[in-house]
Design a protein. Structure first.
Length: 298
C-alpha cells in the first residue's frame, strides 16, 4: 500500500509528460467580395493549407446562406449588419469555438470580422488577421473580382449615383464601406456599417473594449494593389479629408489621435502588426503565407 502511494506522484508526472501538446486555437475564415466559403482555388485552398500545416486544427470557413451561390450573392447584396449578426450566431453555437478562436478575413471579410470582434465578444476572438481588408473603406472600384463583370459595372454606377441613400446602403454591401473623403459629413451620417464600427458618430466603449481584448491585430497590405482605392486603407489609413489625392497613415488620422477604437493604445502595446506583401490584391505565394501568416495561428 505504501509502495502504491509512493508511485502515484510518479505516475501522475508521467501522465503529464505523455499528454499531447496544446492544440492550436480554432480558425474562422471569412471570404471577400464575389467569393464563397469553399471555392477550391480560394477559401477551400486556404483551409486545406492550414489543416495540412497545423494538424488537428478546426477551421470554419463562413458561409452566409444555404448554398454557395447564395453565399457569393450575399457578398454583394446582403446588409452587412445582418451578415455580422448571422456570423455571431454561428460562432456562439459552435461548440469548437467556446474557448476562443483566431480569425482571418480576406478583403472585405477583414473589416467584417473586425465588426464581429467589436460587437460579439463571446466566444472570444484571440487574434485577427486582415488580409487586404479595407478598414477605412474605399473610394472607388478600379477593378472588381469574380466572373460577373456586369455586376461590377452596375455597382460602380450605383455608388456614383448615390452611395449614401437609404435604399442603396441597406441593399448593396460595397456602399456600406464606401468612404467619400469629399463628403465626410454624408459618410458619417448615412453609412450604416463602416461609420458605426469606426466610431464616426460617437464612442461606443464596448466596441473599444472588445477590440482592445485582441492579442494581435494583423493588417496585410498588398503593395501593388490595383483594386482597393486607396490601398493604405488596408493599414487603416485613408485620404486626407476634403480631397482624394494625398493619403495619410493610421497614426495621423483623428481615429488614432483621439483613440476612439483603442488603436493608439494597442499600437503602443505592440498589438498592431503591419505587414506588406508584393503583389496585386489577394495575390500571395504559399511560401509567404507559410512563413508570415501561419506563425500567428500556431
Amino acid at each position: 500500500m505504501a509502495a502504491l502511494r509512493a508511485a502515484v506522484p510518479v505516475l501522475a508526472l508521467l501522465g503529464l509528460c505523455l499528454r499531447p501538446a496544446t492544440a492550436a486555437a480554432p480558425l474562422v475564415i471569412w471570404h471577400g467580395m464575389g467569393d464563397s466559403c469553399c471555392n477550391p482555388v480560394s477559401m477551400g485552398y486556404i483551409q486545406k493549407l492550414v489543416e495540412k500545416k497545423i494538424p488537428g486544427i478546426y477551421v470554419l470557413s463562413l458561409k452566409i446562406g444555404s448554398n454557395l451561390i447564395q453565399d457569393m450573392e450575399n457578398s454583394f447584396f446582403m446588409n452587412v449588419n445582418d451578415q455580422v449578426r448571422e456570423v455571431c450566431s454561428q460562432l456562439a453555437t459552435d461548440p469548437h469555438l467556446k474557448g476562443g478562436y483566431n480569425a482571418m478575413g480576406f478583403s472585405q471579410g477583414g473589416q467584417f470580422l473586425r465588426a464581429v470582434a467589436q460587437r460579439c465578444p463571446s466566444p472570444p476572438m484571440l487574434n485577427l488577421i486582415s488580409i487586404g481588408g479595407q478598414h477605412q473603406g474605399v473610394y472607388g472600384f478600379p477593378r472588381c473580382p469574380g466572373e460577373s463583370s456586369h455586376i461590377c459595372d452596375w455597382i460602380r454606377k450605383t455608388l456614383d449615383l448615390g452611395a449614401y441613400t437609404q435604399a442603396i446602403q441597406e441593399h448593396l454591401v460595397q456602399a456600406e464601406y464606401w468612404h467619400d473623403p469629399l463628403k465626410e459629413e454624408d459618410y458619417r451620417k448615412n453609412s450604416i456599417f463602416l461609420a458605426d464600427i469606426n466610431q464616426e458618430r460617437g464612442i461606443n466603449e464596448t466596441y473599444k473594449k472588445n477590440l482592445m481584448a485582441l492579442k494581435k491585430f494583423v493588417m496585410v497590405k498588398f503593395l501593388n494593389d490595383t483594386m482597393v482605392d486607396p490601398p493604405i486603407s488596408e493599414w487603416f489609413g485613408f485620404y486626407k479629408s476634403g480631397q482624394a489625392k494625398e493619403t495619410i497613415p493610421l497614426q495621423e488620422t483623428s481615429l488614432y489621435k483621439e483613440d476612439r477604437l483603442g488603436l493608439q493604445e494597442m499600437d503602443k502595446a505592440g498589438k498592431l502588426v503591419f505587414l506588406g506583401v508584393q503583389g496585386d490584391h489577394l495575390h500571395f505565394s504559399k511560401e509567404w503565407f507559410d512563413t508570415t501568416i501561419l506563425p500567428f495561428l500556431q
